[in-house]
Design a binder for this molecule. Structure first.
Ligand SMILES: [Zn+2]
Ligand SMILES: [Zn+2]
Length: 128
């Protein structure tokens, strides 16, 4: 027993009426239109997902808390300069340590950097 558009073949041997043919032509046309649109709206966006915005998301940035520089001995990697602007850390300067690797930079320098990149500028560890 055959269902759907295959019935068209059966009808064609002599006694298919115009209404039958119009119906099946419309049916197949609608089916193709449905397939095409579902491909375009459902499959296509999944094959080519929209590019994520560059930079570290705000939700991650909010979790990175700034602190004041005292001595390089208190830092995990004992840095005494910012790898972005290459200025030496001065006591009382606002710094940020990245959570995965602990590398420390000026708050302003790394803040600006994270608007366009998601990896640590020193060790390339993913910040997000
Ligand atoms: Zn800096
Ligand atoms: Zn790092």
């Amino acid at each position: 027993m055959r269902m759907g558009p295959f019935k068209l073949v059966v009808h064609f041997d002599g006694h298919a009426t115009n209404e039958d043919i119009t119906f099946w032509v419309l049916f197949i046309f609608c089916l193709l239109a449905l397939l095409a649109s579902s491909f375009y709206f459902w499959v296509y966006p999944r094959l080519c997902p929209p590019a994520p915005p560059p930079g570290v998301p705000d939700t991650v940035r909010e979790r990175i808390v700034s602190f004041m520089f005292e001595t390089s001995a208190t830092l995990r990697h004992h840095e005494d300069q910012c790898a972005i602007c290459l200025d030496e850390f001065v006591e009382g300067t606002s710094l940020l340590s990245l959570p995965p690797c602990g590398h420390t930079f000026h708050s302003d320098c790394i803040g600006e950097y994270m608007s366009g990149a998601t990896i640590c500028p020193k060790c390339r560890e993913n910040i997000t």
